[in-house]
Design a protein. Structure first.
Length: 235
């Protein structure tokens, strides 16, 4: 089907007919509520996977709707951080991908080290153990896939769409919203990780102008922390 027809249909979606200030809040509240359900159902794999898929779908839909409304068109994945606009864009992107790889590796090492430290502190050790036990209910490979897809959705919404919907200082408010949303997991370790991961992902997005760069860093986080922590920190 012609892309113009799909674009016209997208503009007719009920969510796009709502007042602009309401759109981000609807997606934010819905995604956060579903995230809470996913962790409530962590010990029931079918419900956990289903709710996690719905979380990812909500973040993706919200991000693309908000980016579309911001006028980014069909280049949403390659647009626009302010840092990438202007001259020498391609040179910046080539240099930026090396920085993305470094940021991804540093993120994994930092969070693995941080998880080990938290596991040694009585006050936070229980949260690390809870996360490991919760992950053990679902096959590790499936948990990693769910974490990857959900992480891409988070970046699409919180780095791609939400900052534009909130205008000036939108990135800062989006980072706060991302952290607050993580509260619905009920896990203090994930809440502590959220603002740090958010800052790194926003930085690589701003540096390269590509949402895929934020996806890459979040993927490294998911593979390193969600994939390795259950293997390294067995209760």
């Amino acid at each position: 089907m012609d892309l113009a027809i799909w674009t016209a249909r997208l503009k007719q979606m009920p969510l796009l007919s709502l007042p602009s200030p309401a759109r981000p809040w609807i997606f934010l509240c819905l995604g956060s509520a579903l995230l809470g359900l996913a962790f409530v159902w962590a010990n029931t794999p079918p419900l956990f996977v289903l709710s996690s898929v719905l979380v990812a779908a909500t973040w993706f839909a919200g991000g693309f709707v908000l980016m579309r409304h911001a006028g980014l068109g069909d280049a949403a994945l390659d647009q626009p951080s302010l840092a990438s606009r202007g001259g020498h864009r391609h040179g910046r992107q080539r240099a930026g991908w090396g920085w993305v790889a470094l940021a991804a590796a540093g993120t994994v090492l930092f969070f693995l080290a941080g998880t080990w430290v938290l596991s040694q502190i009585p006050l936070t050790a229980a949260f690390v153990e809870t996360a490991v036990v919760s992950a053990s209910w679902t096959p590790l490979w499936l948990t990693v896939i769910v974490a990857l897809v959900t992480g891409w959705g988070e970046e699409t919404f919180f780095r791609g769409g939400l900052p534009r919907a909130w205008g000036r200082r939108g990135q800062a408010w989006s980072l706060l919203a991302y952290t607050v949303s993580t509260l619905f997991t009920g896990n203090a370790v994930l809440v502590l990780a959220a603002p740090i991961l958010g800052v790194v992902c926003q930085a690589v997005y701003n540096r390269t102008g590509r949402l895929a760069a934020a996806w890459a860093v979040h993927s490294a986080f998911s593979l390193g922390v969600v994939g390795l922590v259950p293997l390294l920190f067995v209760p």
